[in-house]
Design a protein around this ligand. Structure first.
Ligand SMILES: C[S@@+](CC[C@H](N)C(=O)[O-])C[C@H]1O[C@@H](n2cnc3c(N)ncnc32)[C@H](O)[C@@H]1O
Length: 382
């Protein structure tokens, strides 16, 4: 492939992706359309990873599949020694939607938490000018690679390898702060580095898949408040240099397990995201989940849940009912049933009815209005 032909090939695809994001409604502002059409994603993500049938992560060279790179697909770009994906290039449709929600305009100073590949920093730099763009990542290798690749395509935003929970105070205040990793609470440092009429867009998750993007602005009393976005999104969780002090999950035991029918008829509660968020908000510990497979057919037959104290439950869907087996110190499914009844009594609020208020010492999730029913976000555990 000659250089000219190569350039033509990615440009055509980037243009097509930008048009597609306009057609899907993810992009409304011409500046983001122009940015998506102009940024060579394959040069910021030269290598991506995918799992083979045995679960092993295999690298692939993005230049060999430009159609895939210029499509609304998340590309996994870094795997830690334990085999966990720790960095990725976020789906361009989600990135575009977030940039629209962020409402960053010419002249705005922006802080991005989670540089990753630098793709989003490139979109921001294209639209706002790189002197206005700041981006941090906890992994110095990712920052070095992103800096070199961004410079090679003509973008020079300010990048730093720091824990983004502290923001980047030396370059603040920022008109816009966007986090592309999820946080269990909004770090107060971000509020301190936000301009008075600024906006924070962050993915707040209290447990796996339990939360969503929230858009916060400042109130006259200095607190931040705002609503969750109507479409759900999920980012990799923010990590820190300090090793977690949380003990591993307690072993589960089947000794005291009990089995009963359940009328809930909703085995995979995490598929109703606002409910799953409230379940985890109301529970004393985050709940992990997984699908169970029918041993004979290998088809999904139910779900299992587990908390750190060793409480667990398994739900099996039968033709006309669900059966639950639960064990451990707490009856987890009973708690999930109870939380579901509470959610129904509130009128089954979706994301459009849920909001968050953040102050220096308290973060509360509310229904309909900051003065409505409200619950504190749990304290961050590191
Ligand atoms: C989904 S990726 C970001 C994608 C990126 N915006 C892009 O356009 O490619 C999430 C990133 O958050 C970073 N991250 C995780 N914890 C962090 C922290 N405490 N501070 C800053 N970045 C963090 C990860 O290293 C990872 O690169």
């Amino acid at each position: 492939m000659t250089t000219t032909r190569g350039a033509l090939e990615w440009r055509l695809r980037a243009q097509r992706l930008a048009d597609q994001l306009v057609a899907s409604g993810d992009i409304q502002d011409e500046r983001w359309h122009a940015a998506v059409a102009a940024v060579p994603r394959h040069l910021l993500v030269p290598t991506a990873y995918e799992q083979d049938q045995s679960g092993r992560w295999m690298p692939w060279s993005t230049v060999d599949d430009l159609d895939r790179v210029y499509s609304p697909e998340t590309l996994i770009t870094d795997i830690d020694p334990a085999g966990l994906a720790v960095s990725s290039s976020t789906k361009p449709d989600l990135m575009a939607r977030m940039l629209e929600l962020l409402d960053a305009r010419p002249g705005h100073r922006v802080l991005e938490v989670g540089t990753g590949t630098g793709y989003n920093a490139a979109l921001l730099s294209h639209a706002l000018g790189d002197e206005h763009v700041h981006s941090v990542d906890i992994d110095p290798d990712l920052v070095d690679a992103a800096r070199a690749r961004l410079a090679a395509i003509g973008y020079r935003p300010t990048l730093a390898a720091v824990d983004g929970a502290a923001g980047l105070p030396e370059h603040g205040p920022y008109d816009r702060i966007i986090a592309t990793c999820s946080v269990p609470r909004v770090p107060w440092a971000w509020a301190q580095q936000l301009a008075d009429d600024g906006v924070i867009l962050a993915d707040v998750k209290v447990a796996l898949s339990a939360g969503n993007l929230v858009r916060l602005t400042r109130e006259t009393d200095g607190t931040l408040t705002g609503r969750f976005t109507t479409r759900w999104a999920g980012f990799m969780a923010m990590r820190h240099h300090t090793a977690p002090t949380i003990p591993g999950p307690s072993p589960t035991s089947r000794d005291d397990a009990t089995t009963r029918p359940t009328s809930m008829g909703l085995a995979r509660v995490w598929e109703t995201p606002p409910l799953w968020f409230l379940v985890n908000l109301w529970e004393p510990q985050p709940i992990g989940f997984g699908i169970t497979l029918d041993p004979a057919t290998r088809q999904p037959s139910g779900a299992r849940y587990r908390a750190e104290d060793g409480s667990w439950c398994e739900i099996t869907s039968r033709a006309d009912r669900c059966i639950v087996t639960e064990g451990g110190p707490r009856r987890l499914w009973s708690n999930i049933e109870h939380a579901t009844t509470r959610w129904r009594a509130l009128g089954e609020p979706g994301w459009d009815r849920l909001g968050l208020t953040v102050s220096a010492d308290q973060q509360t999730v509310w229904v309909d209005h900051p003065d409505g029913p409200a619950w504190d976000l749990p304290a961050e555990r590191r």
